[in-house]
Design a protein around this ligand. Structure first.
Ligand SMILES: Nc1ncnc2c1ncn2[C@@H]1O[C@H](COP(=O)(O)OP(=O)(O)OP(=O)(O)O)[C@@H](O)[C@H]1O
Ligand SMILES: [Mg+2]
Length: 309
């Protein structure tokens, strides 16, 4: 039986009629459709639209989550700004072309315009806590991505200091963890050093801030790209989709942690014994609403704002 691990958050979904959007179809050249974002080309830039799609176990679910795309967009914009002294990013402000006027309502709050960068083919993962694939590797070998960790660490335990655990972006299926040496073979030593230092610095700044607001950033993933001979931060940053957010009040090392992200949906999918191969089953209304509230709550806590439109 599926049971709720969370206290019910006192967050009112502002507009009960808020429409969740599965995809957008704009009169612009399509750059790509990712699992969550529909990306178009616009004046040599990218128009990155965060839909309300949710993927769990690497499969996109048929039921979109109201406000999810708006949370991802607003939270990324908040962090890009918060981090701008540490690293330049892909965000640009560009007016939308007139042909998008009929789509204004659909796009409101869920798009950014960014420069088209050349993505660096490494998922830059930083972990402050031992969880997920790192926990699995640690149990097998005492190592995570080639890094030796102290013995007898517990599940979800805070690490002595944050570690950088790169992965390669798999076209299909799960990303594959690699060692720093393997990363250096792909993008060179100097670039690797730069990305390790930046990623750790970003994590440290953001996680200290989040902790003051009651959220532990257990781990997170950054994507970087080349633009104008410079490395910039691209994609989304420090959202519930790219990170594991835990409630500081509920944190207990040694146990599975309830989180703000899609763990709620994953728990539901486990409870109905879905075999994790497509097609994914639709979500019932209470799971849709509970998930929506969790995304909004993460945004509200981290930014102190309640301004999703
Ligand atoms: N400024 C940018 N320049 C070029 N590519 C970008 C930029 N920002 C984001 N991207 C790419 O856009 C995609 C974002 O879409 P989304 O997050 O939906 O995809 P994903 O399912 O996570 O990843 P993918 O489909 O690449 O496996 C990613 O492939 C990311 O690398
Ligand atoms: Mg993505």
């Amino acid at each position: 039986m599926f049971s709720c691990l969370f206290p019910i958050f006192e967050v009112k979904i502002k507009n009960a009629m808020e429409k969740a959007i599965f995809s957008v179809d704009l009169p612009l050249p399509l750059f790509k459709r990712g699992k969550v974002r529909d990306i178009y080309e616009i004046d040599g830039h990218l128009l990155i639209v965060a839909t309300d799609r949710l993927s769990a176990f690497d499969v996109v679910l048929p039921t979109p989550i109201p406000y999810k795309g708006k949370v991802l967009t607003a939270l990324s914009l908040f962090w890009f700004n918060f981090l701008k002294d540490l690293i330049p990013n892909h965000i640009r402000s560009l007016p939308l072309p007139p042909e998008l006027e009929p789509y204004e309502e659909t796009l409101k709050g869920r798009y950014i315009v960014g420069v088209k960068a050349k993505p660096i083919p490494i998922e830059c993962v930083v972990r402050g806590y031992l969880f997920g694939s790192a926990w699995k590797e640690y149990q097998e070998s005492g190592l995570v991505c080639g890094i030796k960790l102290p013995p007898n660490l517990k599940l979800a335990e805070k690490l002595p200091s944050p570690i950088f655990t790169p992965a390669t972006k798999a076209e299909e299926g799960h990303d594959v963890n690699i060692t720093l040496k393997e990363m250096e073979d792909i993008i060179g030593k100097e670039n690797s050093q730069f990305l390790v230092e930046k990623s750790i610095a970003i994590y440290e700044k953001a996680s200290a801030y989040a902790e003051e607001r009651g959220i532990i950033i257990a781990d997170t993933k950054f994507e970087f790209g080349w633009y104008d001979e410079e490395i910039i931060l691209i994609d989304e940053v420090l959202t519930p989709d790219s990170s594991r957010f835990w409630d500081k009040e509920l944190y207990k090392p040694g146990e599975n942690q309830p989180s703000f992200d899609k763990q709620f949906v994953r728990d539901y999918l486990e409870s109905i014994n879905w075999d994790k191969t497509p097609p994914a089953p639709p979500l019932p209304p209470e799971v849709v609403e509970g998930t929506s509230r969790r995304y909004i709550e993460a945004y509200r806590r981290l930014t102190g704002k309640d301004d999703l439109i």
